[in-house]
Write a protein that binds this ligand. Structure first.
Ligand code: FES
Ligand code: FES
Length: 185
């Protein structure tokens, strides 16, 4: 079935079997292996991606059902297209606060964190973050630092947005890059 998707900013038409899962398209079709598969029961959240800005478990969605949608994977989170290896503030917070051990759950946790900020705002408290992460499993059980990282990431995103607004008011192009560090990336 002909399916057009915008994945990490690039719009492409795909000819897909109707049963193709989004995670299969991303990993096997496009080589975007940062989206992980950690279970076969829709429980772990390792496969989280953003679909039109909302976190979705890519192992639960048929790719053809998303015709016209905008998908962002962990590979597409850089706030600056000119430097694709630059970390999104949420990714930087995971690094700074040791929010990962083996790293297997991390892409899904980062995406979940962005969705938590989208729904609860930058001042979301740690108890809310912990509750909202019930759909994400960390086999290394590093939840304490993951919660801390998401809280710090949310604050960093807010500061970046403020800086971008100030920069725009003063014609500062460098701050404009941070403006793209939006929740919906
Ligand atoms: S692989 Fe999708 S929820 Fe576990
Ligand atoms: S850091 Fe290892 S599974 Fe979460």
């Amino acid at each position: 079935m002909a399916t057009t998707l915008t994945i990490n900013g690039a719009t492409t038409a795909h000819d897909l079997a109707p049963a193709t899962l989004l995670v299969e398209l991303l990993r096997d079709g496009l080589g975007l292996t940062g989206t992980h598969v950690g279970c076969d029961t829709s429980q772990c959240g390792a496969c989280n991606v953003l679909v039109d800005g909302v976190a979705v478990k890519a192992c639960t969605v048929l790719a053809v059902a998303l015709d016209g949608a905008r998908v962002t994977t962990i590979e597409g989170l850089s706030p600056d297209a000119a430097t694709p290896d630059a970390l999104h503030p949420m990714q930087a917070a995971f690094r700074e606060h040791h929010g990962l051990q083996c790293g297997f759950c991390t892409p899904g946790m980062v995406i979940a964190g962005l969705d938590i900020v989208r729904r609860h705002g930058a001042q979301v408290d740690e108890a809310t973050i912990a509750h909202e992460l019930e759909g994400n499993l960390c086999r290394c059980t590093g939840y304490r630092n993951i919660v801390t990282a998401i809280a710090a990431g949310s604050r960093a995103m807010a500061l970046g947005a403020q800086g971008a607004a100030l920069g725009a008011a003063h014609g500062d192009a460098s701050s404009g890059a941070m403006a793209r560090a939006r929740v919906d990336a």
